[in-house]
Design a protein around this ligand. Structure first.
Ligand SMILES: NC(=O)c1ccc[n+]([C@@H]2O[C@H](COP(=O)([O-])OP(=O)(O)OC[C@H]3O[C@@H](n4cnc5c(N)ncnc54)[C@H](OP(=O)(O)O)[C@@H]3O)[C@@H](O)[C@H]2O)c1
Length: 283
């Protein structure tokens, strides 16, 4: 049984990948615009986790938020997913690597605990391996020691999750996956998550689904009839749809206006038949 995220959990997550030197300012801006959940990773190749910590510190100092207002999520990344800037000793066992990576994350983020700790991706695209089992047990120890409240896995297939369920007594609280409309918005993994009370976090909702953003069905829904004061944008329709089918969305927008629009999508109301139509628009 997956431990349940507190209710209400986060309702939109701001992602900090690929922002490099802009990471501190964009993290602070996202908090200023109203985001309360932040996703990062201790993977310097794609994330500047220390910069996220700088953005958090700036927001605390400016009185925008306190640590208690926030949901902070970071990840453990295996060495093949890293460049030379490793947050652990590559010669150490995987269990030690997890502990070292977590200690470094807490230092980067200036906190004593994160809210969610995620395995960035299994060691094999096909199977849940012994290496993954060792890492998962090490992550559980971090949780039991109070350094994270919840655990997650990312970039997983249904097969990974099924094998994980066989190998372990405990399933994750979160799955974080790239969400392709052509795969029914990751239908089979979402179904597994629903059955096991796992919260599904979806990323690349816009970037992986450009054809959907241009679809006439989406265009027809952007007209002001959805409880919004102005016409909704295609991006807002997609985020609203995602929330309607139980996806906790991520956005990595670098634009203040888009941050506002993405958060405003939480108050749009889509008719149930529109939700159904979008769910099968591409697959
Ligand atoms: N677990 C993993 O392996 C993994 C992989 C990828 C991502 N992630 C996480 O997910 C986060 C988000 O990544 P993502 O791939 O979903 O998004 P992303 O790469 O950050 O891209 C979002 C894109 O959508 C645009 N956008 C956002 N809101 C918009 C709006 N309202 N109107 C028009 N365009 C809009 C952005 O453009 P503007 O900047 O111009 O707004 C940007 O081009 C990452 O930062 C990271 O935290 C995790």
């Amino acid at each position: 049984m997956a431990p349940q995220p507190p209710s209400p959990g986060p309702d939109f997550i701001y992602g900090t990948a690929w922002k490099e030197d802009r990471t501190p300012a964009l993290t602070e801006l996202a908090l200023r615009m109203g985001f309360r959940a932040i996703d990062t990773a201790n993977q310097r190749r794609h994330y500047f986790e220390e910069g996220v910590g700088q953005g958090l510190a700036a927001a605390y100092n400016a009185g925008i938020v306190t640590r208690d207002d926030l949901f902070l999520q970071t990840k453990f990344t295996y060495q093949p997913g890293q460049d030379h800037r490793l947050p652990y000793d590559p010669e150490a066992s995987l269990s030690i690597q997890v502990a070292q990576s977590m200690a470094s994350s807490l230092e980067h983020l200036g906190t004593g605990h994160v809210d969610s700790y995620v395995l960035h991706g299994p060691s094999s695209n096909h199977d849940w391996t012994d290496a993954d089992a060792e890492v998962w047990e090490a992550m559980r120890k971090e949780r039991d020691a109070g350094r994270t409240r919840l655990l997650g896995v990312s970039n997983v297939s249904l097969r990974h999750l099924q094998q994980m369920a066989t190998a372990h007594a405990e399933l994750p609280a979160f799955v974080q996956n790239r969400c392709y409309a052509r795969l029914g918005w990751d239908r089979v993994v979402r179904q597994f998550c629903r059955e096991h009370k796992i919260v599904y976090q979806g990323f690349s909702l816009l970037t992986a689904n450009q054809e959907v953003l241009q679809h006439p069905l989406i265009a027809s829904l952007t007209i002001a009839s959805l409880g919004a004061s102005a016409n909704a944008t295609p991006a807002q329709i997609v985020f609203s749809f995602a929330r309607n089918i139980g996806i906790l969305p991520l956005t990595g927008t670098t634009n203040a206006q888009h941050m506002k629009q993405d958060l405003a999508a939480r108050t749009l109301t889509l008719p149930p038949d529109a939700v159904q139509a979008i769910e099968s628009v591409a697959g």
